[in-house]
Design a protein around this ligand. Structure first.
Ligand code: TXA
Ligand code: MG
Length: 314
């Protein structure tokens, strides 16, 4: 999708100028802000024209729904309805934090936010700047603040790299602590289901709830439209290597680095992808000799980034 927005000056601002960012949002502009997972590109959830701008600026397909960021249970009630008991149980334990819950949407929320779905994804981020922002502006729809298909941004500079000239403000909140997008858990339908793995794992949630949770269903894209698009991809080719003897490229990421390999964790994944692109590296090799060391969330992103270059875990 071509952006229809004319170029503008993009400023990275500190928290002391948050009031300008809030005024900008209220006037229909977009603002990128930090969360503990990755940076988000925000707009008030009930402002349809601002929401349309998010899709246009990111080049995001209109059927890929946005996450709504809230700062209180009252804000949840303003965008969602028929919230089940398990919702409140999870919220009490995991919010604010990197857990997104998919629940029935209130009719008042514009359909463009949910990509036409009758459900809505909501989460309360824990970053203090995000929370201050949301408390001033109200519920805020925000996808990751990258161009569609690129790795998510984990610093204000990453956002600038993708969105310079397209949005007026990026609020700098330092490096994101988690480094990978939130776990998305669906509470609708006949069973609880992880739609996107994140730092809060399936086993942890099952232990907390004392109930089984279905894993990511690769054959059910309709449940989480975003997962069908190519994602998280650097320009460099990403190759998942399963034999130690094949690890020999100029850029090797490993959960247990040796020699000139670079450390791969949830926190470093996107940062390393972007670094490789800035350095003009053509191929990134991933040490998958012991995939369990990487964890489900990182593996999920790697498999998407590697397609169609890899037959690993197809
Ligand atoms: O950590 C995060 O979640 C970050 C920060 C900014 O909060 N946000 C983020 O948003 O990653 P985004 O738009 O890049 O990813 C949203 C994901 C997509 O995979 C989308 O398909 C899914 O959530 N999603 C949103 N609403 C949904 C719904 N109603 N049903 C199923 N999946 C939904
Ligand atoms: Mg995203």
């Amino acid at each position: 999708m071509e952006s229809t927005i004319s170029p503008m000056k993009t400023e990275i601002i500190q928290e002391d100028r948050l009031i300008e960012a809030i005024e900008c949002l209220k006037g229909g502009g977009l603002v990128a802000f930090p969360t503990e997972t990755v940076y988000g590109l925000g707009a008030p959830v009930f402002s349809e024209s601002s929401i349309q701008k998010i899709f246009s600026v990111k080049g995001r397909p209109s059927d890929n729904p946005l996450i709504v960021h809230v700062g209180s249970l009252e804000m949840c009630e303003a965008v969602a309805e028929s919230l089940p008991p398990v919702f409140f149980h999870l919220v009490e334990r995991y919010w604010p934090g990197p857990l997104t819950l998919v629940v029935p949407k209130r009719l008042e929320v514009p359909l463009c936010v949910s990509g036409g779905l009758a459900t809505i994804a909501i989460r309360m981020p824990s970053h203090p700047i995000a929370l201050r922002f949301i408390r001033e502006v109200g519920p805020m729809a925000a996808p990751s603040a990258n161009l569609s298909g690129k790795p998510s941004p984990t610093s204000a500079e990453d956002v600038l790299e993708d969105l310079e000239g397209k949005i007026p403000f990026i609020v700098d909140g330092g490096k994101c602590l988690v480094g990978i997008e939130s776990t998305v858990l669906s509470l609708v339908g006949d069973r609880l289901r992880i739609l996107r793995p994140g730092s809060i794992g399936k086993e942890e949630l099952e232990a907390f709830l004392g109930a089984p949770i279905a894993g990511v269903a690769h054959d059910m894209p309709i449940q989480s439209p975003g997962m069908k698009y190519r994602h998280y991809s650097p320009k460099a080719k990403v190759v998942l290597v399963t034999q130690r003897r094949d690890l020999e490229g100029e850029c090797i990421l490993s959960p247990k680095p040796q020699g000139n390999m670079r450390l791969l964790t949830m926190q470093t994944l996107y940062r390393e992808f972007r670094r490789a692109d800035r350095m003009g590296i053509s191929t990134i090799q991933i040490d998958c000799t012991d995939p369990a060391l990487l964890g489900e969330a990182v593996l999920n992103r790697l498999i998407k980034a590697a397609q169609p270059h890899s037959s690993f875990y197809r």
